[in-house]
Design a protein around this ligand. Structure first.
Ligand SMILES: C[S@@+](CC[C@H](N)C(=O)[O-])C[C@H]1O[C@@H](n2cnc3c(N)ncnc32)[C@H](O)[C@@H]1O
Length: 316
């Protein structure tokens, strides 16, 4: 109970960081110590994983309290705040080194960028099939250097793909890597340059945490405009409740200005932007070392501890 309360306080700690964090940390520490001291009594009935989880959370809170280096992305009050202007060409600077930096940053999981790119498109295919949507036209919003393209080809071989991004350099690299990939559009002036109802589905992977939060509604409305009635949106994002994800984001050069989004906030914003039936599914629970457990991941979509989540909604 206290453990859950501590986690809740961390989540609630947006505006009152120090007070909530120290309270949360004290509680976790108390639970951790009392459990360790009473070894052989009540604790012996707990599976060992509880001890590991306690330690991870404890270390995570410790890091939040004492990290004197870069700001913690979930609590970074500068990124996405009212006075911060997003540099539209931010990813033009990172585009050439993106693949290598990304690979290095996620090496701890034992997987490469291909694994993470494929899992999203595979999950997206399952989502649209469950929704019974015929997919002929896909918008990849914030497509970057085209890491998803091979998997769109594999899982949606019949569909026309439109890659879209604010970074001209990223789009150019995507075209160079996959010349037959479909069309590309450069996003400018807060607009995706296509007509209304142009797509059956809209997809976005790890883009919204790079967009100032106050601009989310604008982009969710724009994606609503370009998606046809009956269509669907799927937004894959990092989960700020997962300590390893937060650590990875905090140490990644191109995530310097990132500000993570709680799943429930994104679901609310989707509704506010006119989307209906928003849902959350959590993903990526096991690193490569525990790959044998991955077949159970589809039973854990409700558990807010996955490294990422996908928010989906429909246009009515
Ligand atoms: C971390 S990269 C992800 C790229 C790609 N989705 C992937 O999974 O490999 C984030 C991308 O979002 C793009 N981006 C940032 N703000 C955007 C916006 N307002 N509209 C469209 N794309 C944007 C960046 O230029 C960058 O290419």
């Amino acid at each position: 109970m206290e453990f859950a309360q501590a986690l809740f306080l961390v989540v609630a700690g947006h505006n009152d960081r120090q007070e909530h964090l120290s309270r949360a940390r004290r509680l976790v520490l108390k639970v951790h110590l009392s459990a360790s001291l009473s070894e052989g009594e009540s604790v012996r009935f707990l599976p060992p994983i509880f001890g590991e989880v306690r330690l991870i959370v404890h270390q995570f809170l410790d890091r939040l309290m004492h990290d004197s280096g870069r700001p913690i992305p979930i609590f970074n009050q500068n990124a996405g705040s009212l006075d911060r202007r997003m540099d539209k060409a931010e990813f033009d600077r990172f585009a050439d080194a993106y693949e290598d930096q990304h690979r290095e940053n996620i090496a701890v999981t034992g997987e490469g960028p291909e694994y993470f790119a494929e899992y999203k498109i595979k999950a997206f295919r399952e989502i649209v099939d469950r929704a019974g949507i015929e997919v002929n036209r896909i918008c990849d919003f914030g497509s970057g250097i085209g890491n998803s393209i091979p998997y769109f080809r594999r899982y949606f071989p019949e569909a026309a793909l439109t890659s879209s991004d604010v970074s001209e350099r990223s789009l150019a690299l995507g075209r160079q890597r996959y010349p037959e990939a479909g069309s590309c559009v450069l996003i400018e002036n807060n607009r995706i340059p296509v007509e209304a109802d142009s797509f059956d589905v809209a997809f976005s992977a790890c883009v919204f945490h790079h967009i100032p939060h106050r601009e989310h509604l604008t982009w969710l409305r724009e994606l609503h405009r370009v998606t046809r009635p009956g269509g669907l949106i799927a937004i894959f994002e990092h989960n700020p409740l997962n300590p390893l994800t937060v650590h990875a984001v905090n140490t990644c050069p191109f995530d310097e200005n990132a500000r993570l989004i709680f799943a429930r906030d994104l679901a609310k914003r989707l509704q506010a932007a006119g989307w209906a039936s928003s849902r959350i599914q959590y993903n990526l629970f096991f690193p490569r070392a525990l790959a044998r457990l991955r077949p159970f991941e589809n039973k854990l979509g409700w558990l807010p501890l996955g490294a990422q989540y996908v928010a989906t909604a429909r246009k009515v």
